[in-house]
Design a binder for this molecule. Structure first.
Ligand code: DP6
Length: 326
């Protein structure tokens, strides 16, 4: 009999309304709800298998066997899954990314989304989409949003079952681009996981969390109405509010670099001059420029020779995570 292998593909996502801070860190129940867009063109493909020969889980990313942080985070995750859904033995995880890990593109989101979906298939758990989203959340909060397709909202919930993400609109409802200007390709020094732990040390965090329903409503409605101007305003405000919390945390976390700020100011200028585009930054210095198809070429032309940019990645509104043939 041939050995069972389960493979899944997931896209990373860019948050329009950010998740920052946890109400329950071990379950990754967030302090506030969030909204994101999946990124087609960027993907993680993960395959799972197992053999009776092995006595640990093994993780390979882009053909390199991982022996440190990343494999222990995955091992910890699998042991958490084992307590929820008991299974025997150890797993071999082979993962492939077509974009750089930890370069300000949420690689942990697509990684844990692909892994959760592959686990559901490999262990024949028979879980629904919300249950798989919750399973992915235990590995990385933002991964919950990479399970459903298109534009996705994650409700904080108050326990494991109630904290999952669901689609607000499909990719065909509104095609947007995310032009990612990488100002560095180095791994960030402070991971999101560590950053979340410091969120409550900023006096601005409670204000930001309290204001979240307003931002979520505006963002959700802007997506439903395909109102780019409204979307642009709210995603820039939300990104700035999260970075204001980071900057005023103890110790302060400064993800922006001079090039990040210069790009942000330029994006606002471009928009004033009629080019529909808006910026948002996750926990890193790289700038995501969101724009409709009509301004994609203008944005790309403008930034192709811009100082301080190492690499440009282009993604568009992407679909749900899915099982692929092994
Ligand atoms: C700034 O989901 O990467 O990108 O749950 O610890 O893995 P962990 O954190 P993660 O945090 C994402 C933070 C963010 C905003 C967002 O994607 O909502």
């Amino acid at each position: 009999m041939s050995q069972k292998i389960s493979s899944a593909l997931a896209h990373p996502n860019i948050a329009f309304i950010k998740y920052w801070g946890n109400a329950n860190p071990s379950l990754r129940l967030p302090s506030n709800g969030s909204i994101s867009m999946n990124l087609e063109g960027l993907e993680t493909v993960t395959s799972l298998s197992s053999s009776t020969q092995q006595d640990t889980h093994t993780l390979t990313i882009n053909d390199v066997v991982q022996e440190s942080d990343k494999s222990s985070r995955i091992a910890e995750y699998l042991e958490k899954i084992r307590t929820l859904y008991p299974f025997e033995g150890f797993l071999t995880i082979r993962s492939r990314n077509n974009f750089p890990i930890s370069a300000g593109i949420a690689s942990s989101a697509s990684a844990f989304a692909a892994l959760a979906l592959a686990l559901n298939d490999f262990l024949a758990l028979g879980l629904s989409e919300p249950e798989i989203s919750a399973l992915a959340r235990l590995g990385s909060g933002s991964a919950s949003r990479s399970i459903p397709g298109g534009y996705v909202q994650w409700e904080p919930g108050n326990d494991h079952q109630s904290s999952f993400a669901a689609s607000i609109a499909s990719p065909t409802h509104w095609q947007l681009f995310d032009i990612i200007l990488a100002v560095t390709l180095e791994e960030k020094k402070i991971s999101s996981t560590r950053g979340h732990q410091h969120a409550d040390t900023s006096p601005y965090q409670s204000v930001r969390v309290h204001d979240t329903p307003r931002r979520l409503n505006i963002c959700r409605q802007a997506i439903i109405d395909k109102d780019f101007e409204k979307l642009a305003w709210i995603i820039e405000q939300d990104s700035d509010m999260m970075h204001a919390v980071m900057l005023t945390s103890d110790p302060p976390i400064v993800y922006w670099q001079p090039a990040s700020l210069s790009i942000m100011q330029t994006v606002r200028e471009l928009r004033k001059n009629g080019v529909a585009c808006a910026y948002t930054l996750d926990a890193g210095p790289n700038v995501h420029i969101i724009c409709p198809p009509s301004s994609k070429d203008a944005v790309l032309d403008f930034f192709s020779e811009y100082p301080g940019i190492q690499e440009i990645y282009i993604a568009k509104t992407g679909g749900a995570a899915h099982i692929i043939p092994s």
